[in-house]
Structure formats: C-alpha cells, structure tokens
Design a protein around this ligand. Structure first.
Ligand code: HEM
Length: 136
C-alpha cells in the first residue's frame, strides 16, 4: 500500500467523523467540543489529504517506509489530540498531558514531512515523461 492511498483513505474517514461531530454540535446546540472538531478536520482531512497529494507526485517517496511512518505518526497524533482536546473542553482537564504528548507526535510528523520537502529532489520519479501521451 502506498503512503498516498493510506493518506487519502484515512483523510476521508477523518472528515466523515469530523462532519458527524459538527452535525452533532449543531443539533445539540452545544459547541463545547468545537476545537476538537476543528483540529480533526484540519489535521485529519486537510493536512493529511495534502500529504497524500505530495506523496502521489513523488513515486519513490510514496513507496518508502519513512513516508508510511509519517502518515501513521500523523494519524495517531490526530486521533489522540482530537480525543484529548475534546476531553479537556468537556471538563476533563486530566487529559492535558495527553494533548501535550499528542501535539508532540503531530509536530514530529510535520518535522519528518519537512525533511522530505527540504532534502534534494531525488524522490521525484526519474521518468516523469512516461506520464505524457506522445503526439501522434
Ligand atoms: C457537516 C459538516 C460540518 C458541520 C455541520 C460543522 C459544524 C461546525 C460547528 C457547529 C462549529 C462551531 C461554530 C461555533 O461555535 O462558532 C464549527 C466550527 C469549525 N469548523 Fe466545522 N462543521 C463541518 C465541517 C467542517 C470541515 C470539513 C472543516 C474543515 C475542513 C471544519 C472546520 C471548522 C473550524 C476550523 C471551526 C472553528 C471555527 C471558529 O473558530 O470559529 N468544519 N463547525
């Protein structure tokens, strides 16, 4: 499985959960967990989908174990951060250290992604011209 396809699949699952959370907040007129909803959608949907697009455009990176680690790290961090932020906003302040730990996980995931972005462009597919259709 490629890092991009895992990213896309997890991203759509996260946004379905995030939208359900939003509908739940709207229906109950209780927006207490709004920060958790926002983090789930922006980390789990927007960012993860963007990672997927980046990986898909770099086939060598897309099949690497390090890219898969980045996606898994990010996804675990997103789930734990969302739950901990929701718990904090529902009054369970004991979840504070868990949120702190999860925030470090997503930071580590972003630093790893930054490493992919800044290292030399050797991860670009060598034969990108293969994607072009020759003129007849
Ligand atoms: C079914 C879809 C959705 C519903 C019903 C929904 C509902 C809500 C509700 C009720 C709030 C609280 C507003 C407030 O208290 O002021 C909120 C906030 C927010 N939502 Fe959603 N949402 C949905 C999808 C999304 C998506 C897809 C994203 C991001 C890609 C998103 C990002 C945000 C953000 C960033 C906030 C915080 C806004 C602020 O700080 O004022 N939401 N949403």
């Amino acid at each position: 499985m490629h890092a991009s396809s895992i990213s896309f699949r997890l991203a759509v699952l996260f946004v379905i959960a995030g939208m359900a959370m939003g509908i739940g907040m709207a229906m109950t007129q209780n927006h207490a967990i709004m920060p958790a909803h926002a983090h789930l959608n922006l980390l789990g949907w927007v960012s993860l989908f963007l990672f997927g697009i980046y990986y898909e455009r770099r086939p060598a990176l897309d099949t690497s174990r390090l890219a898969m680690i980045q996606v898994v790290l990010w996804s675990i961090g997103t789930v734990v951060l969302t739950l901990a932020v929701a718990a904090i906003h529902l009054g369970y302040t004991a979840a504070d250290p868990i949120a702190a730990l999860a925030s470090l996980l997503v930071l580590a995931g972003m630093i790893l992604f930054a490493y992919f972005v800044f290292r030399p462009a050797r991860d670009l597919a060598p034969g990108r011209a293969a994607h072009l259709t020759p003129a007849e």
